[in-house]
Design a protein around this ligand. Structure first.
Ligand code: ZN
Ligand code: ZN
Length: 138
C-alpha cells in the first residue's frame, strides 16, 4: 500500500496512515465539536473509504458516540481529537486535520453548522460558503 499521509495524537500513542489523497475538508462549528475540542470550530477532512488505517494506539482510543452521526475518536492518554468514524461502517472516516503530519494536501472548503457557532468568536470572513446545518457533501 502506498502511504499518502500519516498522523497521530499529541503524545504519540495513536498513529495512523492514509493510503489515498483526502477528498475534501471543512470547518465544523457544531456544539459537539466545540465541546470536544474546547474551540469555536474544528477542521476535518474526508478520507476515501477504507484508506484510513490505524498503525498503533488501538488500546488508547476513546470514543464518544453521541447517538447520531460519527463516533468521535480521541486519545485517552493526551485527549487529542484524532478522527471520526461511522459506527455502522468503520471504513468511513473523517480525520481531524490538525492530527495529520505536515500538509494534508486539502484545505477547508466550507463552514458547516454555522447556526450553532460560538457567540464569543466571529466566523472568519474568509469567503468560504457557510451552511446553517450539515454540509451535504461531507
Ligand atoms: Zn495521545
Ligand atoms: Zn462538528
Amino acid at each position: 500500500m502506498t502511504i499518502s499521509l500519516s498522523g497521530g495524537c499529541g503524545c504519540g500513542a495513536v498513529r495512523f496512515e492514509i493510503s489515498e489523497p483526502l477528498v475534501a475538508a471543512a470547518y465544523c462549528h457544531c456544539t459537539r465539536c466545540q465541546h470536544r475540542t474546547g474551540t469555536a470550530a474544528q477542521a476535518s477532512a474526508k478520507t476515501v473509504d477504507g484508506s484510513f488505517r490505524l498503525v498503533s494506539g488501538e488500546a488508547a482510543l476513546g470514543r464518544w458516540a453521541p447517538g447520531s452521526g460519527f463516533d468521535k475518536v480521541f486519545c485517552t492518554a493526551c485527549g487529542s481529537a484524532v478522527f471520526a468514524q461511522d459506527p455502522d461502517d468503520h471504513d468511513r472516516v473523517m480525520v481531524r486535520m490538525a492530527a495529520i503530519d505536515g500538509d494534508p494536501g486539502v484545505r477547508p472548503q466550507a463552514r458547516q453548522f454555522v447556526a450553532y457557532a460560538a457567540p464569543w468568536e466571529p466566523i472568519p470572513d474568509d469567503g468560504l460558503p457557510r451552511f446553517d446545518e450539515r454540509l451535504p457533501s461531507l
